[in-house]
Ligand binder design. Structure first.
Ligand SMILES: Cc1cc2nc3c(=O)[nH]c(=O)nc-3n(C[C@H](O)[C@H](O)[C@H](O)COP(=O)(O)O)c2cc1C
Length: 304
């Protein structure tokens, strides 16, 4: 595995005098970002940074070897790598965050957004949004464990049941002083992945509650124009894009490369890179569904 220690975040290397370029992040996708997927993305240069899907921290400190294996496919891309962790034990999360940093990741992110019932039932992921005191303890413990210099972020939703919960959650995050950056997905946990109205009001409110905090906006951002417009209007450090990226694989790259292929050409190139990387049949079907849609002839032609 290349040493990710040398891969500083792109904003860190920007000249002080010029405004840093917006950060364009691929949304972590547990279950989708399997090794051949990551290999295909790296081969085509589709991302300028990675955030891993969540690494679940449950009851014991994993061996460093296990963390290295988890990072390996992403690290092969030679772009800054950020590790995401999820769990409920503050001290244990702190140890694992410190271990990931010792392996050279650029930062550690805490997942407070996953809506899966298996996860939230135990108060992990988005479930933690129902327990602000636990969130506070996790943030403080992880910051203590990683030291002042490390970069720590949280990725969270607007609330568990209602977006108004952000009025409590976001100031709490700021008060801990533990976090350098916030990834804000505008939906609540209860809203899952449904389309819901009011995205921009929620972005506006989040910005108001976290003045000065570097913020990455997330949720249903599907073009360069839309992303840049949101960054400008909400003074965001950047955007994070997951599912729309899977409908247009060169979408993230197009922010800095106007010559990037159009969506259909991008889908074809990406799909052949996935095949070359040896993606298994189940994952291939799932990705074809994401790329072309369940009703598309392309997806249906792959069905048995
Ligand atoms: C299949 C799948 C897996 C996901 N896994 C993660 C994950 O591991 N960590 C995380 O923070 N978000 C995860 N997400 C959420 C996305 O990163 C993103 O926040 C969400 O899909 C909204 O952004 P979008 O509208 O651009 O897709 C996942 C989403 C999907 C669809």
């Amino acid at each position: 595995m290349p040493d990710v220690r040398n891969l500083k975040s792109s904003s860190a290397t920007t000249e002080k005098t010029s405004a840093p370029p917006p950060e364009i992040w691929p949304g972590p996708m547990e279950g989708v970002a399997v090794a051949p997927f990551v290999e295909a993305v790296n081969a085509l240069g589709l991302v300028s940074r990675w955030m891993t899907p969540f690494f679940r921290v449950s009851d014991r400190r994993p061996k460093l070897r296990k963390l290295k294996e988890f990072l390996a496919p992403f690290a092969a891309g030679n772009v800054p790598l950020h590790a995401q962790i999820m769990g409920t034990d503050p001290e244990l999360l702190g140890s694992v965050a410190a271990d990931f940093l010792s392996l050279g990741v650029a930062s550690v992110d805490l997942n407070f957004g996953c809506p899966s019932k298996r996860v939230t039932g135990g108060d992990a992921g988005g479930g933690a949004l129902r327990r602000p005191q636990l969130m506070r303890e996790i943030l403080s413990a992880v910051r203590r464990a990683v030291g002042e210099q490390a970069v720590l972020s949280v990725k969270l939703r607007a609330g568990y049941s209602a977006p108004e919960e952000m009025d409590v959650l976001l100031p709490l995050i700021a008060e801990t002083g533990a976090v350098n950056q916030v990834f804000f997905h505008y939906r609540t946990v209860a809203e899952g992945y449904m389309p819901v109205p009011g995205r921009e009001e929620r972005f506006r409110q989040a910005r108001k509650l976290l003045p000065g905090m570097p913020m990455i906006l997330n949720g249903d951002i599907s073009s360069v124009e839309e992303g840049n417009d949101l960054i400008r209007r909400f003074h965001a450090a950047g955007v994070m894009i997951a599912r729309p990226w899977m409908r247009d694989p060169y979408l993230l790259r197009r922010f800095s490369d106007p010559a990037a292929p159009d969506p259909e050409e991008g889908r074809k190139r990406f799909f052949s890179a996935l095949e070359k990387a040896g993606i298994n049949r189940g994952a291939k079907l799932e990705l074809a569904r994401m790329l072309w849609g369940a009703d598309s002839p392309r997806f249906r032609s792959l069905l048995p």
